[in-house]
Design a protein around this ligand. Structure first.
Ligand SMILES: [Zn+2]
Length: 326
């Protein structure tokens, strides 16, 4: 079988497709024929050498957001069943795992970073990492769940999202933003987006502000900033007194300044969120099973054209890039 490899040299031009040996999965493993994979900031940064901590093995198969078809019957799965990969490696025994925070496992990490990922014709994953996809969820939506939807859902949950609250999302047209605004709409929130793309309005925003164009007096109960440095000051300014800023990405940089007094005098919370645990994923699927979600797809690429997909990713684009196999 073939897979996408990068390393020990990194960068878009260092990516190549090579034959790889496939090992026979044990009884505890599920053999999955990959159907589609997402291209997220995580994958792009890894390919470009910005994620080196705990990167194993090198040369490395990237790809942390993957769906496919079970190729061979296993203990809990039938051949032909559609599954997604829950992309956290976890031991099930550490303090974090025992308190159902598998995504924070102290002996684990991100599948596709601490292990090879899914830009590959086949993958084998432990049964606990294979999650059945409900029939009502189409492939484009399903392939956006393990990172996009799950991250957005947990971030909203951690920030105390509930009906009637006002939400401001920076990067509303991004991989996670597009899900955040749809979940928030279902939860009955009043949703505002910050984006250069006006089409975001069609996904349920009451209003879309252009980059840096949020009105001075505007305040939201929850502000979501996954863009990092460039929008940090603006995001902090627009938190309502008693409100929460939730962050899970650093697309424009990872450093920020903070007026500590403005934090405590307004009793503002600033929290982090990352991915989600298995319970979050179950809840995400429950919501998505019964509500139709829309995923803007900018372009699809055959797996052999990974180089072009990476080039397209670095341009300003409308929506997701999906890599298709088979
Ligand atoms: Zn653990």
């Amino acid at each position: 079988m073939k897979a996408v490899f990068v390393g020990p040299k990194f960068g878009n031009s260092a990516v190549r497709i090579e034959e790889t040996g496939i090992t026979d999965p044990g009884r505890e493993d599920v053999l999955v024929k990959v159907v589609a994979a997402g291209l997220n900031p995580l994958d792009y940064n890894l390919i470009n050498g910005n994620i080196v901590y705990n990167l194993k093995p090198v040369p490395h198969i990237p790809g942390s957001e993957v769906i496919g078809i079970v190729e061979r019957e296993s203990r809990s799965f039938k051949k032909g069943q559609r599954v997604m990969v829950y992309n956290r490696v976890f031991d099930g025994t550490c303090e974090m795992c025992r308190t159902h925070r598998e995504h924070l496992c102290t002996n684990g990490g991100i599948w596709g970073v601490v292990t090879n990922g899914g830009y590959s014709e086949y993958v084998t994953v432990p049964e606990k990492n294979a999650i059945a996809i409900p029939d009502s969820i189409d492939n484009d939506t399903a392939v956006s769940i393990p990172i996009g939807a799950l991250t957005a859902y947990r971030a909203l949950k951690r920030a105390g999202a509930s009906a009637g609250k006002k939400l401001l999302v920076y990067g509303a047209s991004g991989n996670t933003g597009i899900f955040a605004i749809q979940f928030a709409g279902i939860m009955g929130m009043d949703v505002y987006g910050v984006s250069r793309k006006d089409w975001v309005r069609e996904y349920g925003c009451t209003e879309v502000f252009g980059d840096g164009k949020v009105p001075d007096q505007f305040r939201a109960d929850i502000v979501m900033n996954s863009l990092g440095t460039l929008f940090w000051d603006d995001a902090v300014k627009h938190i309502q007194t008693g409100g929460t800023l939730v962050s899970f990405g650093v697309l424009t940089g990872r450093e920020a300044k903070l007026d500590i007094a403005s934090l405590y005098t307004r009793e503002v919370s600033i929290i982090g969120s990352t991915g989600g645990d298995l319970k979050d994923l179950t809840e995400t699927l429950e919501i998505m099973k019964t509500h139709k979600f829309r995923v803007p797809v900018a372009k699809r690429f055959a797996f052999n054209d990974i180089g072009e997909a990476l080039e397209e990713y670095s341009r300003i684009r409308d929506g997701r890039i999906i890599i298709e196999f088979a």
